[in-house]
Design a protein around this ligand. Sequence first.
Ligand code: NAG
Ligand code: NAG
Ligand code: NAG
Ligand code: NAG
Ligand code: NAG
Ligand code: NAG
Ligand code: NAG
Ligand code: CU
Length: 701
Amino acid sequence: MYIMERQNCLPILLSFLLVFLLSVTTSKAQTNHTTNVAVHPMDPLTVQEINQVRGILTLYAANKSLSLYSVVLEEPPKSDVLRWRQGDPLFPRRASVIARFDEGPILILYVDIKSGQVDRATTSPLSGYPFLSLDELVTASSAPFTSVAFNKSITDRGVDLADLICAPLSPGMNSSYNLFVWWFGKKEENRKLIKVQCFITENTINFYMRPIEGLTVIVDLYTSQVVEVSDHGKHIPIPNPSNTDYRYSAQNNSNKNAKPINPISVEQPNGPSFTVKNNHQITWANWEFHLKPDPRAGSIISGAKFRDPYSGEIRNVMYKGMVSELFVPYMDPTESWYFKTYMDAGEYGLGLTASSLEPYNDCPKNARYMDAVFVTNDGKPFVRSNIICVFERYAGDIAWRHTQTAIAGEEIREVRPKVTLVARMVSTIGNYDYIVDWIFQTDGRIRIEVSLSGITIVKGTKYKNMEEVPKEEDLYGTLVSENIIGVQHDHFVAFYLDMDVDGPNNSFVKVDIRKQKTSPGESPRKSYLKATRNVAKTEKDAQIKLSLYEPSEFHVVNPNKNSKVGNLVGYKVEPGANAASLLDLDDPPQIRGAFTNNQIWVTPYNESEIWAAGTFAWQSQGDDTLATWSNRNRAIENKDIVVWYILGFHHITCQEDFPVMPTVSAGFDLKPVNFFDWNPILGARPNFEKDLPSCQANGHT
Ligand SMILES: *[C@@H]1O[C@H](CO)[C@@H](O)[C@H](O)[C@H]1NC(C)=O
Ligand SMILES: *[C@@H]1O[C@H](CO)[C@@H](O)[C@H](O)[C@H]1NC(C)=O
Ligand SMILES: *[C@@H]1O[C@H](CO)[C@@H](O)[C@H](O)[C@H]1NC(C)=O
Ligand SMILES: *[C@@H]1O[C@H](CO)[C@@H](O)[C@H](O)[C@H]1NC(C)=O
Ligand SMILES: *[C@@H]1O[C@H](CO)[C@@H](O)[C@H](O)[C@H]1NC(C)=O
Ligand SMILES: *[C@@H]1O[C@H](CO)[C@@H](O)[C@H](O)[C@H]1NC(C)=O
Ligand SMILES: *[C@@H]1O[C@H](CO)[C@@H](O)[C@H](O)[C@H]1NC(C)=O
Ligand SMILES: [Cu+2]
C-alpha cells in the first residue's frame, strides 16, 4: 500500500484501515459471497443484505451524503434466538447502523431489510464518537501537510517530507479534567479530533523505531482543519535504523549461531473432526457453537452448547462470548505521551484491524478458515478473507492419566491425549498484534487466551546508554536500544460472557476460601481452609478484585438445577495470570476505562450493555461504562446474567521486545463445576499407534 501512495509523491499516513481495500482483491474467499444467504439468526449480514441496506439508507438520506461507521446485524431478541431451531424460518433481518448524514450528528439507525423501514435511536445523552472511519483516516493523513508549522518542524529536523509515515492516534482522555494538561481542553468540545504523530521510513521498514519525537498535530476530523501543532522534541535525535528490520529475508548474518528446529506439523489422516455448517455453525466433539467475525469485537462465539456424554442432552453453557473492549493506557505523563490511552475495540475495531491469516504460521496446516464481510464508509460490502481460523490442536499434552502399581504384578497405566479446538483471530492495531484464541476442550472447559506481539511503541531519547541517564530521571520505560525507550503500558482486555448454564436464569456465587482456626483441643491442627458459598444478590456483591490471600472461586450456577448428588450445576470463571489497573480512580484514563476498576463484574442481561467503555469510545467521558451500569446495583440472583472478565497485562518493556516482541500470553478459563456428574471424558479413546500416520524423514512415508 505504501508503494501505491509513493507514486503520487504524497506523504503517507499509516493506515490501520487501508489494509481493507487490499485484501478485497488479493486473497481467496472461502465462500461465494455473491450468493451467500443467512440461515441462522446470528449469521452476520451478507453481501446482498449490505447492498440492500445501502439502498434503503440512500433513499432515507434523501440526497444527503452518507457516511457509515458501522453496519452490522441487529441480533434478534435473545428469547427469539433461544427458541429458534435449525430449519426454522429466520426472524426479520435487521441492520444496526452508525451513520452520519452530511454535517449532521452521529445517528444510530435500525434498518429492517425486508420492509425498508428505518428506526432511529436516541443518542444524545452519550458522550464520544464512533470509531475512526476510512474517510476520517484520509482526512487525518492530508491535514497536517496544510500546516506550515508542521512542514517546518519536519524539515528543520533534516527529514524529507516524502519519508514520512504518520499514525492516527485517538485523542484518548478528555483532559479538561486534568489541570496538568493546560493546552487541550476547550478545543476538544463538540468536535471529533485526532492526534497525528510521525515516523520516518528512511532505511527501514520498521519505521516505528524511528519516531519523530515530540511532534503532535491535532486535526479536527469533521472540518479537516489543523487545530494545533506542538513540538516538544526538536532536540531529540531520530534513532538510527540499524537492526530494526524483522523480516526473515533480512536476517542473513545476525542469526548465524541459531540452531533451527526441523519442520513440524500435525497430521490428521482421517481429516479434522469438526464440521462447519453454513459458514458459521461449528460442531466438534461434544461442542456446538456459532462463530462469526465482528468489526468491533473481533470474533463472537454464540450459542455454545455441550452434549452431555451420559444423558445425551444438549446443554446450554454460554449464550454469547466476545471481547468487549481493549484498553491500552501508556504510562508516560509527559506532553506528547499522556493522552495515549487507546480503546482498541471502540476506537479502531478489532475485526476491522484483523488481517487475513497466514497459513502454516498464524494457524497450522490443518486449519480451516472463515471470511468476514465488512462495510466501507459509503456502505459497500467488502470481503476480508481468512480472518478467523479454526483448528484442532494436539500439543502432546495429557487430558487425564493414572498409574496404578499398588496391586502386585498388575500395573495399570491409563492416559488420554489432550486435543482441543481453537478459534483464532489476529488484530493488528497499528504497531501491536493481538491474538485472541477461544479454545474448546473435550472436558467442557473453554479457555480464552490473549497473546500480544508486534512492535512495542517507542519514544525517541537523546540517551544511547544507561550510563548517560541521570539517576533521578524517570524514563517511563526501558532503554531498549540506542536512542529508543520502550514506554511502559498496560493492556486490559474486557470479555463479555453471557453465561447461560442450563438456561438463562443463573446466579453468581463467590466461594470464599479462608483460613479457619480450629477450637482449642479440637484437632492437632491449628487451622485449615474453609470454602463458604456467598450468593451475589446485587451487582455490587459481584464487583471482584482478585487477591491471593483472600481468594475465592467464582461460580455461575443454575439455582434451579441440581446435579445427581444435589449440588447446583455450574461453570466457574477461573482467572489465570492477571494485572489490575494501578491508576488513580479519578485519573481521566481510569474514568474512561473504569471497567478495569475490578477484574470480574456481573450485570443483569441488557441488550444495550455490550461495550464496556460505552457505545462510543472515541473521546468518551466515562459516562457509559460497565462501572456506571454496575453501580446501579441491580438484582442479579437467579436472573439472566452477564459475567465480565478483565484480563490485564503490565508491560514493562525489555530489550527482547526490540525490534519485534516475542509473544506474551495470558488467559482465563470457563470450567465446569458440578455440571457433569462425573469426569466427562472418562470414555475418551487413547491413541493407538496403528491409527497414527507414520511419516519418515526425507519425504518417504
Ligand atoms: C458465485 O456464484 C455466482 C452465481 O452462481 C457465480 O456467477 C459466480 O461465478 C460465483 N463466484 C465464485 C467466485 O465462484
Ligand atoms: C434529490 O435530488 C434530486 C435531483 O437533484 C431531486 O430531483 C430530488 O427532489 C431530491 N430529493 C429530495 C428528497 O430532496
Ligand atoms: C507541506 O509539504 C507538502 C509535501 O511537500 C506539500 O505538499 C504542502 O503543500 C506543504 N504545505 C504547506 C502549507 O506548505
Ligand atoms: C470534556 O470534559 C468536560 C468536563 O467534564 C466537558 O464539559 C466537555 O464537554 C468534555 N469535552 C468533550 C469533547 O467530551
Ligand atoms: C544482510 O545482507 C545484506 C546484503 O549482503 C546486508 O546489506 C545486510 O546488512 C545484512 N543484514 C544483516 C542483518 O546482517
Ligand atoms: C427466569 O426467571 C424469570 C423471573 O426472574 C422468569 O420470569 C422466567 O420465566 C425464567 N426463565 C426461565 C427460562 O426459567
Ligand atoms: C439497560 O441499559 C441501558 C443502558 O445502560 C439503560 O439505560 C437501561 O436502564 C437498562 N435497563 C435496565 C432494565 O437495567
Ligand atoms: Cu505491551
